[in-house]
Design a protein around this ligand. Structure first.
Ligand SMILES: Nc1ncnc2c1ncn2[C@@H]1O[C@H](COP(=O)(O)OP(=O)(O)OP(=O)(O)O)[C@@H](O)[C@H]1O
Ligand SMILES: [Mg+2]
Length: 447
């Protein structure tokens, strides 16, 4: 077999370059890289090299397949370990457990929670340990375009509009293949909320590409996003949910009088009108006067075609996070938190994302047995929906009843968000929490 030998790298004084770059790695000139190695930059080349080395390590540390051994020995039998001489060629740096992982962080998306996702993404990118991970942020804009920074630019500046000009647009259909081949994506951290990123859509896309991703799978993501379907499941499993009525846009337009009468009989005022599929309290109104119903319903329909009218539960609002590392570890419920919006009627968008607008008390001022019950509910919801990695279930405690409102499979992850606060309450720092979530994605993929 003829092997094409690349022309030797042009000579240049590495010591001189080393001195000039203040000790940073000296890279060969781009022209030489493009011509001989068909890569645009030194960093792409080294990332590819790492990925190939890992694949070799992985392959040769596997036992030989049965058929190979059977062929050699003329009989049946299991695999045998790879010859030690081969393993000796693999530097320790590339052992699968220790090597730096290539993590693609997906940010943004077309949902009503685009801006919240940008905040979550930025905080995650800052907090992930750079000694453990090579990070590639991918921003998905509201038109569903996947935007990738050039290889020498690792982080977003924070100004999305300014940023977009320097980002490379990937064709959605082969975005993941590109990320796999060019950035050696080992795992995708989904830092998106709401439809598209949290409802199973992106999860399905990543399943098709065979890339591990953080959080829940397709079905659990879709069920958790759909408040109507998840409420039906919660009821089926004996959990309490606020009484509700659901109707589509078409049903409302055809028979709003009938629906209003039914609503009066079943729920009465005040009631809560919300889109079945949304988050961050977007599209939610508490209706206290019947005259406000039409506007509330129209607002909810602007986010989803199915609307829920729920009984208003007056009581103490709490939320409980579940951490599910996978592997041989059982999911655990973190300490619940009490939520007290300071100047909002309910835990609305303003109360959620304005620093200082909400007081959180961990654990809630409730008897120990109620706290335990809240944690049991959160674990039960996590299991009923079939979540992985993480979930955060919102509930209202009214007298001695606990009503489940909904569960979030990708809860807000800014440092002031509820989920990281609950983890901090049991001594898990934010970077450690992110490590666990990534590990859980890897464990799920290996199961
Ligand atoms: N039935 C109800 N009774 C009283 N308050 C409610 C009810 N439903 C919702 N709320 C209020 O509205 C907020 C948002 O409701 P919910 O959690 O159902 O929606 P969401 O937009 O999916 O939230 P998230 O940001 O957690 O995804 C609750 O935190 C609570 O303050
Ligand atoms: Mg909620």
């Amino acid at each position: 077999m003829r092997v094409r030998v690349p022309s030797p790298a042009p000579r240049f004084d590495f010591r001189e370059k080393h001195r000039r770059t203040g000790g940073r790695r000296a890279a060969p000139p781009t022209k030489w890289l493009v011509k001989n190695l068909k890569v645009k930059s030194w960093s792409i080349f080294t990332t590819r090299l790492e990925t190939i080395s890992c694949e070799i390590t992985n392959a040769i540390s596997q036992p030989f397949p049965k058929s190979a051994r059977a062929a050699r020995e003329g009989g049946v039998g299991g695999g045998m370990p790879a010859p030690p001489s081969l393993l000796a060629f693999v530097p320790d740096k590339f052992s699968m457990n220790d090597r730096k992982r290539n993590v693609v962080v997906l940010i943004g998306g077309p949902s009503a929670e685009h801006d919240v996702s940008l905040a979550t993404g930025r905080v995650i990118l800052n907090a992930l340990d750079k000694t453990k991970y090579n990070l590639t942020p991918v921003t998905i804009n509201k038109d569903r375009k996947w935007l990738l920074p050039p290889p020498d630019r690792k982080f977003l500046s924070g100004d999305e509009n300014k940023e977009e000009k320097s980002l490379v647009a990937l064709e959605t259909g082969n975005a993941i293949d590109k990320l796999k081949s060019e950035r050696g994506a080992d795992v995708v951290f989904i830092a998106m909320h709401g439809t598209y990123g949290e409802d199973g859509t992106v999860q399905g896309f990543l399943e098709m590409a065979g890339v591990p991703y953080t959080g829940s799978g397709i079905l659990a993501s879709a069920l958790a996003m759909d408040k109507l379907k998840s409420s039906e499941l919660f009821l089926f499993h004996g959990l309490k949910v606020p009484k509700y009525l659901n109707f589509s846009n078409k049903q409302w337009n055809k028979g709003k009088d009938k629906i209003t009468t039914e609503m009066n009989e079943k729920i009465s005022l005040p009631c809560v009108i919300k889109p079945s599929n949304c988050g961050s309290s977007v599209g939610i109104t508490i209706v206290r006067k019947i005259d406000d119903l039409e506007n509330a319903v129209q607002l909810a329909f602007s986010y989803d075609d199915i609307v829920l009218a729920q009984e208003y539960i007056s009581g103490m609002e709490v939320t409980c996070a579940v951490l599910d590392e996978g592997g041989d570890k059982e999911p655990i419920a973190l300490p619940p938190m009490q939520i007290i919006p300071k100047d909002s009627e309910f835990f609305d968008y303003h109360a959620k994302y304005t620093p200082g607008a909400t007081e959180e008390i961990t654990p809630p001022r409730l008897p120990a047995e109620i706290i335990k019950k809240i944690q049991e509910n959160a674990l039960q919801v996590h299991k009923i929906i079939g979540c992985s990695g993480m979930s955060r279930t919102d509930m209202i405690v009214s007298e001695n009843d606990i009503f489940v409102l909904e569960t979030n499979t990708i809860p807000g992850m800014t440092e002031t968000s509820l989920y990281p606060q609950a983890a901090a309450a049991v001594g898990i720092s934010f970077p450690e929490l992110l490590d666990k979530i990534i590990q859980s994605a890897i464990n799920r993929n290996q199961a």
